[in-house]
Design a protein around this ligand. Structure first.
Ligand SMILES: *Cc1c(COP(=O)(O)O)cnc(C)c1O
Length: 380
């Protein structure tokens, strides 16, 4: 199957053996009856497995071209499970321009459990090698990065991770499997906050992992069951429904993202626009090679801007909603310095370009004329 067909049908054979419902039913149950101890229809207790979650896990594995999918109660719960494959003393090389919550989990929790993190600019993949020690176990990458929209060369990073026998985990939340498939590029683990584009309707918090390796899948399944941060049946249903229109929504997100990025680039009050589809984006060539299109996430800074200017702009938007998060059908705008990235110290923030006037847009699937005129009036 090709991608669009997979988005709808991937892993979805016989989702309801009882009545043949086309959509996987919401099995809102904590447990499953047994005819004799240990004799059941494949499910025992719903932390260990639930048919709705199972359908979602197969769908996610299918669109990422992976063998095994696992669904969690949030994107961070998925990252947490990945980190639990490590032991005290292990080291992780992580991109320095990453989701604030991921940074908080690494630095605020796992550091205290004896795991050492190196936060490194990964645009030149070779910079990674100088941080590798005998204790290094994992490389953590996110591309496009949040909120600066840098593009990391997954294939080049995968070559390094393979050479040193490390695990490469890629947070694919921003791009989604529609734009890039990290496992095909050599990654070992692909992770999603399915809260975002995969869910696609801003109505659920959820996360997932996809891997190819059977042993790694077994280890992650053990952690999922042992730690218990699973996706519930209702949430699994919502994400599964979202995936079925992922390709349609992404196509429009990309079209609108392009229109917004080009509009902002021409606007006299805008200092700089960060969108990988722009010719002058520093990683445009890698983006072109690695991604099918350039996505609907656009960041930009205001000329001579302060937090005050950014706040004034955000308060004047009408069609764009001022809110955290991204990837839903509706356009959202946010202020990374005080919202999504407030947990990163100001000095660290500045180093990676998250200036006070930086604004991040999640461009939705509305009519682009309405989006452009909203931006225009708020800028004026
Ligand atoms: C939102 C997000 C997360 C965290 O996911 P939650 O579902 O909010 O726990 C991780 N990575 C990226 C890139 C995100 O945007």
């Amino acid at each position: 199957m090709k991608f669009n067909t997979k988005a709808i049908h991937g892993g979805q054979e016989n989702v309801d053996p009882g009545y043949g419902s086309v959509m996987a039913p919401i099995y809102q149950t904590s447990t499953f009856s047994q005819t004799s101890p240990g004799s059941h229809k494949g499910f025992e207790y719903a932390r260990s497995g639930n048919p709705t979650r199972d359908a979602l896990e197969k769908a996610i594995a299918s669109i990422e071209n992976g063998k095994h999918g696992l669904a969690f109660g949030s994107g961070l719960a998925a990252i947490d499970a990945i980190l639990k494959t490590l032991k005290p003393g292990d080291e992780v090389i992580s991109t320095n321009d990453l989701y604030g919550g991921t940074y908080r989990l690494f630095n605020g929790i796992y550091k205290n459990f004896g795991i050492k993190f190196h936060f490194v600019g990964m645009q030149g993949a070779t910079a990674i090698e100088s941080f590798i020690t005998t204790n290094t176990k994992m490389i953590w990458a996110e591309t496009p990065t949040n909120p600066m929209m840098n593009i990391l060369d997954i294939k080049a990073i995968a070559q390094i991770s393979k050479k040193h026998k490390l695990l490469l985990a890629v947070d694919n939340t921003f791009a989604t499997a529609y734009l890039q498939q990290p496992l095909d590029l050599g990654a070992d683990i692909v992770m999603h906050s399915t809260t975002k584009y995969l869910g696609g309707h801003s109505d659920v918090i959820s996360g997932s992992i996809v891997v190819n390796d059977d042993k790694l899948a077994e280890q992650l399944y053990f952690i999922q069951n042992a730690s218990g941060a699973i996706a519930g049946p209702m949430d699994s249903f919502l994400v599964l429904r979202g995936i079925k229109t992922l390709h349609l929504r992404m196509q429009r997100h990309c079209e609108n993202g392009k229109a917004v990025a080009e509009f902002l680039q021409r606007h006299p009050k805008v200092e700089k626009v960060y969108w990988p589809g722009l010719q002058d984006h520093p990683n445009h060539e890698i983006a072109k090679k690695q991604m099918k299109d350039f996505g609907g996430m656009v960041s930009f800074s205001l000329k001579g801007g302060s937090t005050k200017d950014a706040v004034r702009f955000l308060e004047h938007l009408n069609v764009f909603t001022l809110a955290e998060s991204l990837g839903g059908v509706e356009s959202l705008a946010g202020h990374p310095a005080t919202m999504t990235h407030a947990s990163i110290p100001k000095e660290e923030r500045k180093k990676i370009g998250v200036v006070d006037s930086l604004i991040r847009l999640s461009v939705g699937v509305e009519d682009k004329e309405d989006l452009l005129s909203d931006l225009k009036q708020a800028l004026s």
